[in-house]
Design a protein around this ligand. Sequence first.
Ligand SMILES: O=C(CO)COP(=O)(O)O
Length: 253
Amino acid sequence: MAERPYIVGNWKMNGTRAMLSEARAIDRAAQRYMKAEVAVAPPYTLIHAVHREAEQIGIGAQDCHAGEDGAHTGDISASMVADAGAKFVILGHSERRADHRETNKQINAKIESALEAGLRIILCCGETLKTRDEGDAVDFVLKQLKASLPKIEDAAERLTVAYEPVWAIGTGKTATPKDIEEMHKAIRGLLDETYGEETSAQVRILYGGSVKPDNAKEILSLPEVGGALVGGASLSAESFLGIVVAASETEEA
Ligand SMILES: O=C(CO)COP(=O)(O)O
């Protein structure tokens, strides 16, 4: 794959200003591993501060509202996160779908709004264990994506898809290489169908779900895996950088 592997830390609802030293350490070390593209998505409260610390890594948000501004107490718009220094936004994470009942339609509206604000998008998808056990994982994920993918031929280079099986998030369980490969190939097929092969080739597909330094190399070497979306292991510079190192070693694979 021509593009550098994309390693993104999703800090979720973790981090106070004490975490800024971790962000600084990640940023300084990332300058030595230029074969990987490294980014973190801190909570809203830290976006601006991490942005000020960072010279190398990309900074993103974990969500945004679909509207531009107005009476939406507690919400943050795409242009507001961009103003704080975010260059991308994670949308459709399974924790948002579960905790806030976000639908594919709402996620699609957020994507359009974020693209409008000039942000890059990481669109998450993934099945529950029940769906996988019923043999419907691929169909389910493709349906999620079909309903939320933006109509954006010209913005494809700003789109990344992240496959995150719900049952692998924060559980220490990872999907098998065979399952990851099967799902990523199916997602690529859908992207080819939706945007055409040339445009689809610009969209990276990340894997997320218990990625750690000791399994990163195997996962990142799989066909169609263009990087990783990392939760727990992104909260310390040491473990996150272990994944960045693995990514920079697998780049030629
Ligand atoms: O949800 C995830 C990243 O968005 C994955 O989380 P974990 O790496 O903690 O399993």
